[in-house]
Design a protein. Structure first.
Length: 346
């Protein structure tokens, strides 16, 4: 396939780019290179003849039209998004502009391109979204593809809106779309504003390890390389008009997660005191969802996919990567918001 990946210099997008190139696909990486993007994430494939990088913003419709005309992809995998809940609390406008208006621009550009190509059956528009659109779960139950949407943050609301736009373009215009909603990703190249990289880097610096509330919020953790594999499978074999929930089958509370990270660091990079001594409970963020959990039955039964990396193995691989790649994260320390508590202006 020739795949146009939006947001391919970000965390999940770069994992998709690296995996797609390894699998022999041609890739056009379209990225605006905002604060969370880093071309080092795709350095290992930058010189591959099947890889092209294009700096462009999904909010720029003419740039999208030109990219599609120039590169003629078979598949669009749309990962470009503002994705940090705390940032969405402080500045929701950027999330509406990128996640809603940007997705609209890309859908319209894709529709015009598809029409001009003669509406080939092989074309697909794959929209990548989040389980946060479903809202918050109690102590039992899981999200399925039929769970009603109930977003609780500006971030999840903007992603829910983009999901609805994609479905509408499929129903109204016949655009061949497929959607996926994933649980919390983690792994190498994770920008140091999310929980796991923040905990690792704060621990190494001897700083407090901040946990919102009492740490009881539960997430389903999905190793990013497992996710990339699943996304490429859906892009090729998913049923048009259908959505697939992609989960890690690895639920744990934020406190349990941080304690596991501390244990791994105690073993791999022991300090004077146990890292768990640095755990600090901080004021919860507004509207913090209690629990997410995904039922991955559909993707398992229809496409034969399930995660291969347990949370214990994935966390160890992630910690080792950060220990071995200090130059990558050191270069990001001066970017906006890194190392700061966000989401408190409300």
């Amino acid at each position: 396939m020739k795949i146009l990946v939006t947001g391919g210099a970000g965390f999940i997008g770069s994992a998709v780019v690296r995996r797609a190139i390894r699998d022999g696909h041609q890739v056009v990486n379209l990225d605006a290179l905002t604060y969370a993007a880093c071309l080092e994430n795709v350095a290992e494939v930058a010189n591959d003849p099947n890889y092209n990088f294009l700096k462009a913003d999904i909010r720029d419709r003419p740039a999208l039209d030109q990219a599609l005309a120039d590169h003629a992809p078979d598949v669009i995998m749309h990962l470009a998004a503002e994705s940090h809940v705390d940032r969405s609390i402080d500045g929701p406008g950027a999330f509406v502009e990128t996640n809603v208006t940007g997705t609209y621009n890309l859908l319209e550009a894709a529709r015009v391109y598809w029409d001009r190509q003669g509406r080939p059956d092989s074309f697909r528009f794959h929209h990548i979204s989040t389980d946060e659109v479903y809202g918050s779960l109690g102590p039992i139950g899981q999200f399925t593809e039929e769970t009603p949407y109930d977003p609780r943050s500006p971030y999840s609301a903007s992603k829910a809106a983009s999901d609805h736009l994609v479905r509408a373009w499929g129903e109204t215009y016949g655009l061949p779309v497929v959607l996926t909603n994933c649980s919390n990703n983690y792994g190498p190249y994770h920008f140091p504003e999310k929980l796991i990289p923040v905990i690792i880097l704060n621990a190494l610096a001897g700083k407090p390890l901040p946990i919102y509330g009492d740490g009881s919020n539960v997430r389903d953790w999905l190793f990013v390389e497992d996710h990339a594999e699943a996304l490429l499978l859906v892009a090729q074999k998913g049923e048009l008009g259908r959505s697939y929930n992609i989960g890690g089958e690895n639920e744990c509370s934020n406190l349990q997660l941080v304690q596991m990270l501390c244990g791994i660091l105690d073993r791999l990079r022991p300090g004077a005191e146990p890292y768990a001594d640095l755990i600090t409970f901080v004021t919860d963020r507004p509207g913090h969802d209690a629990r997410y959990a995904i039922d991955p039955t559909r993707i398992r039964d229809e496409l034969g996919w399930r995660p291969s990396v347990s949370v214990e193995e994935g966390l160890e691989r992630t910690v080792r990567w950060y220990l071995d790649n200090e130059s990558w994260w050191q270069a990001l320390q001066n970017r906006e918001g890194v190392g700061e508590r966000l989401g408190t202006k409300a």
